[in-house]
Write a protein of this length. Structure first.
Lengths: 115, 110
């Protein structure tokens, strides 16, 4: 158990809809990262937050947005969903900022299926 | 930019065979290097890491040595088991950026 909690574990929805994925980082971790893993694809970095502030942006679509709340949990909002958005969405957390030795701790992921 | 390249899979081995999964990196700074493993239906777990040149990370019989001269961090295991079947990801971290390789799927047959 990594200590990172993601909900829901599975989600099935229709094209055009909007969903919210939730992540609770490990206790005390200030950084939260979101990744997308499509079938047979590697991990695509979406976005990172540190203590409530957006820290880095990767290949995140304009239809997607995220935020980190004062209690440090984070939400990833996916809107106007398309079939190609079907993927595993991982959240990871890390205690460090500006220190390059720290590993990321991953949740079990939220599997999104868009029909 | 900073990046990681790892050997393409899938890799299929018989039990007790020797495993090597190649990983090379490009980085402008001084990265830490990681191997993560993803078992079927699960999230990524840290397998091992090395934070500076010539460091050797090891865990569960897996090893990887941080080679600055060849910019490599190859994963090795002397005798694989069926339970090692998973996807393996090489990754580097410079400051706050964590970059992952594409992943290598390993299947070990009895």
């Amino acid at each position: 158990d990594s200590g990172v909690t993601q909900t829901p574990k599975h989600l099935i929805t229709a094209t055009g809809q909007r969903v919210t994925l939730r992540c609770s980082p490990r206790s005390g971790d200030l950084s939260v990262y979101w990744y997308q893993q499509s079938l047979d694809q590697g991990l695509q970095f979406l976005i990172q937050y540190y203590n409530g502030e957006e820290r880095a942006k990767g290949n995140i679509l304009e239809r997607f947005s995220a935020q980190q709340f004062p209690d440090l949990h984070s939400e990833l909002n996916l809107s106007s969903l398309e079939l190609g958005d079907s993927a595993l969405y991982f959240c990871a957390s890390s205690a460090y900022r500006g220190v390059n030795t720290g590993e990321l701790f991953f949740g079990e992921g939220s599997r999104l299926t868009v029909l | 930019g900073d990046s990681v390249t790892q050997m393409e899979g899938p890799v299929t081995l018989s039990e007790e065979a020797f495993l090597t999964i190649n990983c090379t990196y490009t980085a402008t700074g001084y990265p830490s290097l990681f191997w993560y493993v993803q078992y079927p239906g699960e999230g990524l777990q840290l397998l091992l890491k090395a934070t500076k040149a010539d460091d050797k990370g090891s865990n569960k019989g897996f090893e990887a040595t941080y080679r600055k001269e060849t910019t490599s961090f190859h994963l090795e295991k002397g005798s694989v088991q069926v339970s090692d079947s998973a996807v393996y990801f090489c990754a580097l971290r410079v400051n706050n950026d964590m970059r992952f390789g594409a992943g290598t799927r390993l299947t070990v047959k009895p």
